[in-house]
Ligand binder design. Structure first.
Ligand SMILES: C[S@@+](CC[C@H](N)C(=O)[O-])C[C@H]1O[C@@H](n2cnc3c(N)ncnc32)[C@H](O)[C@@H]1O
Length: 262
């Protein structure tokens, strides 16, 4: 069991920052850049009604991309304020934990799980939900912070102190993601997943800080030891050993109605 810091990763922060989701220079600025990067790895919808399930959708920053690519966009999150914002941007909201998503097996063409694996106690259980929700051949896009000292130093000690950086206290390094464990779990769960490192373009960052650019492009890095993305496909035929290999999730016969609780 990992020893977490009770002063960090406080879900109440998402309420306090609720008005910042769509501010391009607000506390969630980098999430805008990551949303654009994710979109580059999602194929256009193959047919009308194709579904994209966005686990921990927050304020719905993937919405313009999901719409442009032709998907119905379902967002799952626990934070009500975020879900309300996401709904204003066209997301179909579901208030639930990403550890137990009330949607049917194999119901979706795409799963996105951006910047959430490092906010939960059991990242592999979230990956299992991704695998369960995806139809065979479906696309998975994730990004997260790696469980390394370097990532702790950059994401917490440095970035959280920078003006315009992520909200202080938002990350708990004890929850950062063990990449080897994640890849091993992905394989067991029938996901072909490859990881790449990501970093913001330095030139864009300087221009953005000077108010000369509205966004910052994310660049690929061979090094995955700080911020990394994962691009995956659910295998068409799972290996025999995979069935029940990691099954912390409920099996649902049919999708539940998509609602935000009042
Ligand atoms: C850093 S934000 C990322 C939001 C969004 N994916 C994005 O990149 O714009 C983390 C989100 O995870 C949500 N979250 C954290 N733990 C969760 C859980 N167990 N179930 C559902 N949502 C969760 C928070 O409410 C928050 O909206």
């Amino acid at each position: 069991m990992r020893r977490t810091d009770p002063r960090r990763n406080d879900p109440a922060q998402y309420d306090e920052l609720a008005d910042q989701w769509w501010q391009p220079a607000g506390g969630f600025a980098m999430l805008h850049w990551l949303a654009a990067a994710r979109a580059g790895h999602i194929p256009p919808a193959a047919r009308p009604g194709s579904l994209l399930v966005d686990l921990a959708c927050g304020g719905g920053l993937m919405a313009p991309y999901a719409a442009r690519l032709g998907y119905r966009h379902v967002g799952v999150d626990l934070n009500l304020a975020g879900l309300r914002t996401a709904r204003e941007h066209g997301v179909l909201p579901v208030r639930a934990s990403v550890l137990e998503v009330p949607l049917a097996d194999a119901c979706t063409d795409v799963v996105v799980a951006g910047e959430v694996l490092e906010h939960v106690e059991d990242d592999v259980a979230v990956l299992a939900e991704c695998a369960r929700l995806l139809r065979p051949g479906g696309t998975l896009v994730i990004d997260a912070i790696a469980d390394t000292r370097l990532a702790g130093w950059i994401a917490v000690d440095l970035f959280e102190r920078l003006p315009g950086g992520p909200p202080p206290g938002i990350h708990d390094p004890a929850l950062f993601v063990d990449r080897r464990r994640l890849l091993a779990a992905a394989d067991r769960l029938g996901l072909d997943l490859r990881l790449v490192g990501l970093r913001p373009s330095v030139r864009d960052l300087v221009a953005w800080r000077r108010g000369r650019r509205s966004t910052v492009r994310m660049r690929r890095l061979p090094l995955t030891s700080v911020l990394f993305a994962g691009y995956g496909v659910k295998r068409a035929t799972p290996r025999a050993a995979e069935s029940g290999a990691h099954d912390p999730v409920r099996r649902h016969g049919s999708p539940t109605p998509l609602t935000v609780e009042p």
